[in-house]
Design a protein around this ligand. Sequence first.
Ligand SMILES: Cc1cc2nc3c(=O)[nH]c(=O)nc-3n(C[C@H](O)[C@H](O)[C@H](O)COP(=O)(O)OP(=O)(O)OC[C@H]3O[C@@H](n4cnc5c(N)ncnc54)[C@H](O)[C@@H]3O)c2cc1C
Length: 302
Amino acid sequence: MAEPAAKSSKYDVIVVGSGPAGISAAINVANRKRTVAVMGGQAPFGRSRKAHSIPNYPGFTFASGEELAAAFMRHLEEFDVPLIGDKVSKIIRAEDEFVVFSEREVYHAGAVVLATGVYREAEIEGEEELVGQGVSYCVTCDGRLFAGRRGAFISYAPQGEEEASALAEDYGVEVTYLPLYQGDYRLPEGVRVLPGARPTRLARVDGHMRVSLPGEDLQVDAVFIYKNSVSPRTLLEGLASDGRHVTVNRHMETGVPGVFAAGDCTGEPYQIAKAVGEGQVAALHAVRFLRERTEIASRDVV
Ligand SMILES: Cc1cc2nc3c(=O)[nH]c(=O)nc-3n(C[C@H](O)[C@H](O)[C@H](O)COP(=O)(O)OP(=O)(O)OC[C@H]3O[C@@H](n4cnc5c(N)ncnc54)[C@H](O)[C@@H]3O)c2cc1C
């Protein structure tokens, strides 16, 4: 199962997503003797695990999803690749590296492979346009900006409670928590909880954020959102996509230098063999990207 902690926070390549595409990418990076970590390891091989019988993955005739998952995990372990449980909420391009934010930690990588699977969660009206202008998916990245102010926290899953608690306790934000799930809601005192209040629209009005709820409007300074997956478009600025799928070329390059994508997140067919193949192509080009950058840097020094 997933390791709770990484061995390091700096890798040559970080792979975001632990399905077949991500595992294939990581094995291929490790095989080229580069350091690599896979993020999103709470339920590795998540979707494919549910398959009762997989008829078309070569070499594993009618294996179940669980059997194939076990074989992939053994392979990953053989290469000693760390599997980090955290979900990635934001990636920022810095001068010569990428800064990868999870709920708990900050990681650094020379190149990134996105292997996040199909993005399925519906967006709230106004959500996408306001990312970075009042809407955030990352308390670690943006909580500080709203210290001491008012925030709405929309959460699709109980894991959001920890994030909302950090927003309230670490940054002193006056939090209204809007859970889109049923639960016990373990939150610090002072956090207002509005169960069942499903937001219908987010808007920026007179420098504030307005959250439209059935029967009332909430006025806050920021809206934080916790989802099980983050749309590729909002994960990294400058990434071209059609909304559901990241746009890539035959090298699995995304158009953001150093960022590659593989698997269901690049488009149909949604199939394991296609995901694994793309994972390999992405990995090999990520390694080439790192090598070329090192060569350029050493030429510049001479
Ligand atoms: C029931 C079922 C049966 C199937 N049967 C077959 C079959 O017989 N043959 C076949 O070829 N295919 C089958 N498929 C399809 C196959 O499962 C997918 O095509 C394959 O899993 C795609 O792999 P992937 O790595 O691209 O994405 P996924 O397997 O979806 O993995 C993506 C991973 O990324 C993680 N992730 C997402 N966002 C983040 C983030 N921000 N940070 C960290 N991690 C993140 C997700 O949690 C997930 O674990 C089946 C699918 C299902 C559901």
